[in-house]
Design a protein around this ligand. Structure first.
Ligand SMILES: Nc1ncnc2c1ncn2[C@@H]1O[C@H](COP(=O)(O)OP(=O)(O)OP(=O)(O)O)[C@@H](O)[C@H]1O
Ligand SMILES: [Mg+2]
Length: 475
């Protein structure tokens, strides 16, 4: 209008303006936010890389001596920093090419042994040997390239299925990744995903089922074709059907490798070449399944407890089909209230129990509530906690074959503790109303119930009042 700008300059200005403003837009909307979030990520990565190494490598580490992998714990005593010894004088041979199962109650030291074999920490006394050489002198790389681990919970990165498997062996080819997925019996399931191997698994593997996540972890482990496979409760968080399927896969993959498997479920350990029973940090029994049963010790007792509930047709049990899970009548004799009761009455009680599926992390009974249900654990783990002087105290972990809440079979009983599921659980439940029907039919049972009710009232008066924190914990 004023003649200071030619039409040509205006057009040039406008096209330049479009380009520059697009770049400024990209810079502020895309580049800067990406930079900021990467800086945050990088900071966290730096924090991790700056973490001091707890056990440092020997000045002149040696490679693992050649030959098939064998481990030995030689009179090992270990305590976590500032704690009491959790392994006490443990001597244990893990021969090459054999399958050794570590079994025992919660806190008996099984995972600690796995940690020692991988040299996550060093024992205060004794030695851990790999092919005869103290792991303290072994180079970490030479050990880790021959060993793979699968834990109960496997970490999934927010990437694709392919990337998550490839973590086991950076730089693995597609063919290797697929072979590992096939070996873990995951290949077909991956192909069924929207983008196959390129499907994003989502935050913490949310796109995959629990069984698929564990199979992915197995594929990741097997990708390195490890000579030794360490499995720490690798299948125990899975439902029964998936658990037995994944266990079958693991058994196939175990052939020709040294396997150390940790499990509290004896049914998935009993075919091991060697069973090692741990109790409070000590090896209490070792041998084969039949041998240990014949010995009639702790293993036999644990086996009897775990076979107290029969899970027939695992697939049906996973659906929660009541017919598939059955408490064996004689198992109920372990419940103090039912100890002296005749077999027919117990069979009647067992027949009235129904199965329930519980997710992990839920309170089954709460301290102080009036209860009317008694539980037997068919599968899974629960934690028992109690309020003592304002704090929550851990009392026990119960698992397959254990029972709780029997006081609720007596009218008006309040729960004395909180029981929360640690893993998905299959629980057999007896309602008091159903129990009372049985009680009416059997005079002997009626008398037992009356006696128990009297005892409980006497207990409530004097024993409970006298219990202090220490006796509760020790009890
Ligand atoms: N990081 C740790 N710091 C301190 N104490 C620990 C640590 N990990 C385990 N413990 C303790 O060491 C003992 C043995 O634990 P460990 O994990 O080896 O038992 P576990 O047999 O694997 O039990 P679970 O069957 O419950 O997994 C327990 O008393 C436990 O509380
Ligand atoms: Mg453990």
């Amino acid at each position: 209008m004023t003649g200071r700008l030619s039409a040509g300059s205006l057009v040039a200005f406008l096209s330049l303006h479009a380009i520059v403003s697009k770049d400024i837009y990209d810079l502020t909307k895309k580049v800067v936010p990406a930079l900021i979030s990467s800086a945050g990520g990088l900071q966290r990565i730096e924090e991790i890389t700056r973490e001091p190494v707890e056990v440092s490598e020997a000045a002149r580490p040696r490679p693992v001596p050649p030959g098939p992998l064998a481990f030995r714990l030689d009179n090992v005593t270990y305590s976590y920093p500032g704690g009491k010894p959790v392994l006490k004088g443990v001597t244990l041979d893990i021969p090459a090419g054999r399958r050794v199962a570590l079994v025992g109650g919660s806190g008996s030291g099984k995972s600690t042994i796995v940690g020692l074999l991988l040299r996550f920490f060093d024992p205060q006394e004794g030695r851990v040997l790999v092919n005869g050489l103290d792991v303290r002198n072994v180079s970490r790389d030479s050990l880790y390239c021959r060993v793979a681990v699968v834990f109960q919970e496997s970490f999934m990165f927010d990437g694709t299925v392919r990337e998550n498997i490839a973590l086991g062996k950076p730089g693995a080819s597609d063919a290797e990744i697929q072979a590992a997925a096939r070996a873990a019996e995951l290949h077909d399931a991956i192909l069924a995903l929207p983008q196959g191997y390129d499907t994003a698994v989502g935050e913490q593997g949310g796109m995959l089922s629990g069984g698929q996540r564990q199979r992915l972890a197995i594929a990741r482990a097997i990708l390195r074709n490890p000579e030794a496979l360490l499995l720490d409760e690798a299948t125990s968080a899975l439902d029964p059907a998936t658990e037995s399927a994944v266990n079958a896969t693991l058994s196939r993959l175990a052939v020709g490798r040294t396997v150390v498997s940790v499990t509290h479920r004896l049914a998935s350990a009993c075919d091991a070449d060697l069973l090692v029973v741990l109790d409070q940090g000590r090896v209490v029994e070792t041998g084969g399944h039949a041998e240990l049963l014949a010995r009639g010790g702790g293993y036999a007792a644990l086996w009897a407890k775990q076979s107290g509930v029969e899970v027939r047709g695992e697939a049906a049990a996973a659906r929660g089909d009541a017919l598939a899970v059955r408490v064996r009548p004689h198992h109920l004799r372990l419940v103090p209230l039912l100890a002296g009761v005749e077999e027919v009455a117990l069979a009647d009680v067992a027949a009235r129990m129904v199965v329930e599926n519980w997710d992990a992390g839920r309170a089954v009974v709460r301290e102080g509530e009036v209860g009317d249900r008694f539980f037997v654990i068919a599968r899974g783990r629960v934690e028992v906690t109690l309020h003592v002087g304002g704090t929550v105290q851990h009392v026990a972990v119960l698992d397959d074959g254990d029972f709780f809440g029997e006081q609720a079979l007596l009218a008006g009983a309040r729960r004395t503790a909180t029981v929360r599921t640690l893993t998905p659980c299959l629980l057999m439940v007896l309602e008091r109303a159903a129990f009372e029907e049985v009680v009416r039919a059997y005079p002997a049972l009626q008398a037992a119930v009356a006696r128990a009710a009297e005892r409980r009232q006497a207990m409530a008066a004097d024993v409970l009042a006298a219990l202090d924190e220490t006796t509760l914990l020790e009890g």
